[in-house]
Write a new protein. Structure first.
Length: 189
């Protein structure tokens, strides 16, 4: 709730050292007590409203709910409020219609966002599959390992591993080795 600037004009900030430890402690204690009172009042108000909403509908409310076809165990004040919202929306009230649709999970904006999210997920999966296919058809000498599920649930980790050669492939003949060393040093035989 917005504050009135005239209220703030009378407030004087407390400077450091103006209050004794006892006074500061007392004011803090009193603030905590008031805070607890207001939290309890809000909690009690919520509880009271929930209690009233869950009470069985009586009189004409109950008759109207029966006409709408609600089972007896679901004929509560909350159902009566929702039925009233429904009949108001049916009579042409756009605000009631939008509220009712949002409560039912048919909010057009939310549905659009969900559709876009699903489409984006599909697009990412398709791109990842294309990358995986491209990597599996790689040049000779490189093995590819794909981790399709990282810790965040995303499929975006690709690890490249060089091809491991056997010991026979790595060996060099003694004659070749000596000739190469001489050529590197610029010495001719």
């Amino acid at each position: 709730m917005a504050r009135n600037p005239k209220q703030d004009a009378n407030l004087k900030p407390i400077q450091k050292g103006e209050l004794s430890k006892e006074e500061a402690k007392s004011r803090g204690h009193n603030g905590g007590v008031k805070s607890g009172e207001s939290r309890r009042a809000k909690r009690d108000a919520r509880s009271a409203i929930r209690y009233l909403l869950n009470l069985e509908a009586k009189g004409s409310l109950q008759e109207n709910l029966q006409k709408l076809g609600l089972p007896e165990n679901e004929q509560t004040n909350q159902a009566a409020l929702q039925a009233r919202l429904f009949t108001t929306a049916m009579s042409g009230n756009i605000e009631a219609y939008l509220t009712l649709m949002k409560m039912a999970g048919y909010d057009p904006e939310e549905v659009r966002k969900e559709r876009e999210s699903v489409a984006a997920d599909r697009r990412r999966e398709t791109e990842l599959d294309m990358k995986a296919q491209a990597l599996s058809n790689n040049a000779n000498g490189v093995n590819t390992s794909l981790n399709m599920n990282d810790e965040d649930g995303y499929n975006d980790v690709v690890i490249y591993m060089p091809k491991q050669q056997t010991e026979e492939e790595c060996s060099v003949d003694d004659d070749d080795e000596a000739g190469e060393a001489d050529e590197d040093a610029g010495i001719e035989e």
